[in-house]
Design a protein around this ligand. Sequence first.
Ligand SMILES: C[S@@+](CC[C@H](N)C(=O)[O-])C[C@H]1O[C@@H](n2cnc3c(N)ncnc32)[C@H](O)[C@@H]1O
Length: 263
Amino acid sequence: MKTKIDIATNPFGIHPKGIVFQTVMSSFDNKSKLSLLDFGCRNGDFLYEIDKTGLFEFTYGVDLDKSAIDIAKLRGTKSLFEHIKKNHKFDSVYENWFDIVTVIGVIEHIHDQDSVIVELARLLKPKGLMIVAVPGRHVFSFLDMGNWKFKFPKIHKFFVRFSMSESEYQYRYVSNEYGCIGDIEAEKAYHEHFSLDSLTTLLNKTQKFEILEVDGTGFFYRILVNIQYFLPKVLKGVLARLIEWDFKWGNQAELVFTLRKID
Ligand SMILES: C[S@@+](CC[C@H](N)C(=O)[O-])C[C@H]1O[C@@H](n2cnc3c(N)ncnc32)[C@H](O)[C@@H]1O
């Protein structure tokens, strides 16, 4: 299955968030009374676009990173944003509450993934959807910049101190008050990549979901995104065309699963 992204209208374009956005928008005919939780929402950019559609009644974003949640709150959307701690248990009022839970680029940051998946299942209504996006494990996985801080700590430290500051480095990576190294749980200490099998096994383990759709983006995606990151603005557009082309035929670099909660 390959989600067709309408680049002209999709606010995230060729990106896992683009697939998730498209999947959310095509999932229910009537969205006017739907509620959506974005788990690990960071600065709320996904919910900002979801709210702009005006189709959802209640949207809620949570994240471990308080500074990101503070930015999300400043966006002035109708979403509710909340800073949570690791292994957070949500208030029982949210049990069987949500029609959709999105988890975009988050599961791979978490140490106790089973407990989080069970907790998110608790929040979904029966037959509610969970959409999970993670990095795919394939030949270019080693290029993931999210792992540079673990593989090349000295280079990473130099880069962060150069581009930000020593205090920012200490705050984010050394004495992170949320128990993370950057945005990854300290007990995890690596940015995990999943094969189709390993993600299927993880999501089936809890027996809370059936897998409805398996999707993915690109093959050279990771290498192209890395190159694009370092290019001057005028050349970023050229890489964007290549990423678009890569997306059309590859499906290994990023995986997106759509799951339905079993009654
Ligand atoms: C790569 S970012 C993705 C953010 C956002 N979903 C997006 O697609 O832009 C990963 C986010 O997961 C958050 N995170 C990591 N562990 C978490 C946890 N246990 N509970 C909630 N958020 C978590 C991090 O703080 C970070 O904001």
